[in-house]
Design a protein around this ligand. Structure first.
Ligand SMILES: [Zn+2]
Length: 326
């Protein structure tokens, strides 16, 4: 049995905006898939459907995100009804995807388009979702599913049956936000970057949760840069303590940090750079499955460890991975 990881610090700013952002669960997929989905679903004049399979990540009893892994297209024969203002799936296809989810525990994301300008779920959508939800509660007890709407102007999602909104995020070489970014006044500390990224770009950075695995020389530099960039949430993982021999390459570390966990010294550095940053640290090895699992709730991962990486360890938890290795 694996030892339990030690969670050393759990710092998070009491800033109200951060709290409201933490409260919003996400539907995460790769930017490429999100773009592909929007393009394919919006090229028809008729409402178009698709199915996504993914995994719901629940932390502390609360849904934090649904991570999408796979797209299933809908054939013409799989529609019971399809027009410019409605699309209904054949019960057979619904039964088939429910069967898969029942076996695998995967979350189903039902996607449909509004080729017309209605940027919200319609009353027809509400009624259809209610029936679908009742069916899935009996077929896939305890599994969370979602409903995703694609329109020419927006990408909107909610938890199937509960109406709880989900923030749609596409991650990859680009960052796509399905919903609108908030209009809060920017932090003057990031004024120079706002001129480069734009205010919405800076807001996206604030909403990101980035995992850094390995807080040695390279990791501490990456951390420093991410904190300066204004990334809002960081998850730091490293099993080592600061040693005197590390001081020449650990950014921000000093004599007083010797014997402290590297993640703790790094968290202090991030907080000094950006007091609003939310930092969670795990003083343990990512080679433990229970620790690697924590990375599911991140948008980007920097793998900056020295030890041999076992391929498949993180991949097995079915994450979209964007790693920087050295
Ligand atoms: Zn609709």
């Amino acid at each position: 049995m694996e030892p339990k990881p030690r969670f050393v610090v759990d710092i998070f700013s009491g800033h109200r905006e951060s709290v409201s952002r933490i409260a919003m669960s996400r539907l995460v997929l790769t930017a490429e898939l999100l773009t592909q989905l929007r393009t394919e679903l919006l090229e028809a004049d008729h409402e178009t459907c698709a199915i996504l399979f993914g995994r719901a990540v629940v932390k502390g009893g609360r849904l934090v995100r649904v991570v999408v892994r796979e797209l299933q297209r809908i054939a013409e024969a799989d529609y019971q009804q399809r027009s410019g203002i409605a699309a209904q799936l054949n019960p057979n296809i619904v039964a088939a995807v429910a069967q898969r989810a029942r076996k695998s525990g995967e979350s189903i994301v039902f996607v449909h388009s509004h080729p017309f300008a209605l940027n919200e779920f319609s009353s027809i959508d509400d009624a259809g979702e209610k029936k679908l939800s009742e069916f899935l509660v009996s077929r896939t007890p305890g599994v969370i599913h979602a409903n995703l709407l694609v329109t020419p102007d927006a990408t909107i999602a909610r938890v199937l049956g509960s109406g709880e909104p989900l923030e749609v995020v596409g991650v990859g070489s680009r960052l796509l936000w399905g919903g609108e970014t908030d209009s809060s006044v920017g932090d003057p500390a990031f004024d120079r970057q706002v001129r480069v990224f734009g205010e919405s770009g800076q807001q996206r950075l604030r909403k990101l949760r980035v995992g850094i695995v390995g807080l040695g020389g390279t990791g501490s530099i990456v951390l420093e840069q991410l904190a300066h960039l204004g990334v809002g949430k960081l998850l730091l993982i490293d099993p080592d303590v600061v040693e005197r021999t590390n001081l020449n390459r650990l950014v921000g570390a000093s004599e007083s940090d010797i014997s402290k966990p590297k993640v703790e010294a790094s968290a202090s550095l991030a907080k000094r750079i950006n007091p609003k940053v939310c930092v969670e640290t795990i003083f343990s090895s990512v080679l433990l499955a229970s620790v690697a699992e924590q990375l599911v709730d991140t948008d980007f991962i920097f793998l900056l460890h020295r030890f041999p990486w076992k391929p498949g360890r993180i991949e097995s938890i079915r994450l979209p991975i964007f790693s920087a290795r050295y």
